[in-house]
Design a protein around this ligand. Sequence first.
Ligand code: DLZ
Length: 216
Amino acid sequence: MLDDFHKGLEPATTTQDGSALRILIVHTRWNTPIVQGLVDGARKTMIEQHNVKPENIVIESVPGAYELPFAAKKLLEVSQIRAAEGANDLIGNVNLLDGLNLNSPTTTSAGAPPPTSAGTTGAKGSRQAFDAVICIGVLIKGSTMHFEYICEAVSQGIMRVGLDSGVPVIFGVLTCLNEEQALSRAGLDKAGKGHNHGIDWGSGAVEMALLKNRTL
Ligand code: DLZ
């Protein structure tokens, strides 16, 4: 084993300024205490480490992990149409329940006036749609093949939404063999030795959003 081996995500070497970004988080309502920890980790990291404005993070929920790709696709499309129309609220009255976001102060699809410096849709007078999406869920293996099918479908679906839309979609889905693994990966284990992967997903979303917006 290398002495300096660092398991996990190495931070980016350049400053990742998210102050002009708009980010969508879609999370599941399965395994909610763990999901909530992950959502909070992603949100806090984007705000505190990358200067993303709290009002520019929109949080929505879906029933389970299987629904994440559809919701990400639909909400991205809605946001792009609404941004082109110049609407500040990128989601409008789309019929998805608001994110649970039980502890976090901002759970809203009504954003502040969007920044103008990055990620615009191009048309004159248009506003900025989401620069990245984070899909967050927790799949825990049971006694049937359900887990395997959902894991495969969700990972493929999330990748497809990102490649088809040109907007990065972060795979924030824990695929765990038991509850202990999930708690540890949300930083919620009793021993306190775990790491909240939501932190990495928040940083990853900012980094990929900036890459998407990079001009030649
Ligand atoms: C049905 C199901 C099961 C058994 N387990 C989970 C899980 O651990 N995590 C999760 O996010 N969702 C689970 N689901 C629900 C499915 O993702 C999906 O919502 C339903 O199959 C309806 O499409």
